[in-house]
Design a protein. Structure first.
Length: 327
């Protein structure tokens, strides 16, 4: 199986490896970390050994920039998307860029976790909360703690320009009474830094460069299990969540293989692999991985995908203006 990593993204965009991609039975574009994408594809291949899969990974904004360029050029190479958030896929649905498919596996999911018309399906719950270095002086329990003097100059967070989850998180907190955009102004005034993706935040806090980080849950929970000096907190106000949804492009030339891939992701085996990798599975009846509280103890803050889509451009601008980030 040939694997296309993000290092080859530019080559793919230029069409220099188009022949190889066209030879595959299925091409996946994903924002999963490399090791997770490989595990996902390996699991699918074990269940479908006759289907050759190639995959490209990058952050959701970068993957979408690449795909949009291909669409504009009339040559989209992906068959399936597996990216951070439903807002991006809602945009594609409205643009007629996705294929509707009613997977029989959807019966095992809460209706809120997939599109009613079958255009996209959530595969897991990835929440954003607070991580801290175990040597930090304060043990945060709420979002408000990061704006306290004890955290001055010690907070790192990802930028919505680099992370789809970071945009959803900012949009979610912006709608919470007592937080809102004023909360982000307080963070900026308190010396918080917003740059790059979640991986950079993890590295900064684990190394002790920063004491606190706003980050997706699985990274610090996974690293703690490996011995890293970090803890993860589900703040009392609640957490935002992205659901790493999957969708089939309407331009796919491999619809049957793409439907099998969706079915696999939603299947009991596919969801058990998600849990094994350290994620909260979206399917009902699958145990949460070690390191997480009971699902009913995790307060997920609401967000409306259609409304978030309409506000995305303005919200990115608002966040960028606050933190002085240039696109």
């Amino acid at each position: 199986m040939k694997k296309l990593l993000s290092a080859f993204t530019a080559l793919v965009a230029l069409g220099l490896v188009a022949g190889a991609a066209n030879a595959a039975d299925l091409v996946l574009y994903t924002s999963q970390p490399n090791e997770d994408a490989q595990a996902t594809v390996d699991g699918f291949k074990a269940a479908n050994p006759d289907i050759d899969v190639e995959w490209v990974r990058d952050g959701t904004p970068q993957i979408m920039a690449k795909l949009n360029a291909e669409i504009q050029a009339g040559n989209p190479m992906a068959d399936v998307l597996l990216i951070a958030d439903t807002v991006t896929l809602e945009r594609m649905k409205q643009a007629g860029q996705l294929l509707a498919y009613m997977s029989p596996e959807a019966a095992n999911f809460d209706a809120a976790l997939y599109d009613a018309d079958g255009y996209y399906y959530s595969t897991k719950l990835i929440t954003t909360g607070i991580m801290y270095n175990t040597q930090a002086g304060m043990k945060p329990t709420s979002w408000a703690d990061l704006a306290k003097p004890e955290a001055k100059g010690l907070v790192a967070m990802p930028s919505p320009l680099a992370s789809g989850a970071a945009l959803i998180h900012a949009q979610t907190l912006a709608g919470v009474d007592g937080l809102g955009w004023d909360y982000y102004k307080q963070l900026k005034d308190n010396g918080a830094v917003a740059a790059g993706g979640n991986g950079g935040v993890l590295k900064a806090v684990a190394s002790g460069e920063k004491a606190y980080g706003v980050v997706v849950d699985y990274l610090p929970i996974r690293e703690k299990a490996k011995g890293a000096p970090v803890e993860f907190v589900f703040p009392t106000e609640g957490v935002s969540a992205v659901t790493e949804p999957a969708a089939i492009l309407s331009s796919t030339k491999h619809a049957d293989a793409a439907k099998k891939f969706i079915d696999y992701l939603l299947s009991e085996n596919g969801q058990k692999i998600a849990a094994k990798l350290g994620y909260i599975p979206a399917r009902n009846g699958i145990d949460l991985p070690a390191g997480y509280p009971a699902r009913e103890k995790i307060k997920v803050l609401p967000i409306n995908a259609a409304e978030a889509l309409k506000a995305s451009e303005e919200d990115v601008k608002t966040f960028s203006d606050i933190f002085g980030i240039k696109g």
